[in-house]
Design a protein around this ligand. Structure first.
Ligand code: THU
Length: 160
């Protein structure tokens, strides 16, 4: 037996100050996307903004349903919309912002496991890292690839 340790690198910002113009734009789009949230049950509004390699920004927001499992997270609405409408355009970066009863979370909302798995699928599809920005009012975190939020990603072809 040998013990191993996994570490990840990510960036943390106190505000959009210090972020690139492109990242700031995507943060603003994620905040704007929250307006599309349909969340009468949780009152948790999540917006997602997905930047594609050609500069297109696809927005998504969580959609809830009286039959709870029939709803969908913001991240997946954006990822699936991009997959359906721009199937050949690689993904660059996904920004996510979550608010509780209209108040942006101080510490950013983090994507659920199912959304991470879907991110992993599209990252694999295009063979390039999908960056992720998590937006909070006191902290903004930037990750360089899905692997950093989902280590040991399931890949049906990995058998080693
Ligand atoms: N939600 C998202 O949209 N994204 C996440 O990563 C976590 C949770 C939504 C689902 C549900 O509509 C509400 O937030 C409360 O869980």
């Amino acid at each position: 037996m040998s013990k191993k340790r996994l570490t990840i690198d990510y960036e943390e910002f106190a505000s959009v100050e210090g972020m690139t113009a492109e990242d700031r734009m995507l943060v603003a789009k994620a905040l704007e996307a929250q307006k599309g949230s349909y969340s009468p049950y949780s009152h948790f509004q999540v917006g997602a903004a997905l930047l594609l390699a050609d500069g297109t920004v696809v927005m998504g927001a969580n959609q809830e349903n009286a039959a709870y499992p029939s709803g969908l997270c913001a991240e997946r609405t954006a990822l699936f919309a991009a997959g359906a409408n721009y199937p050949d355009v690689p993904l660059e970066c996904l920004a996510i912002a979550g608010s509780d009863h209209g108040v942006l979370c101080e510490s950013p909302a983090s994507p659920c496991g199912a959304c991470r798995q879907v991110m992993a699928e599209y990252q694999k599809k295009f063979g390039k890292p999908l960056k992720i920005i998590l937006v909070g009012s006191k902290r903004i975190r930037k990750f360089y690839q899905v692997d950093d939020l989902l280590p040991f990603i399931f890949d049906s072809l990995t058998i080693e």
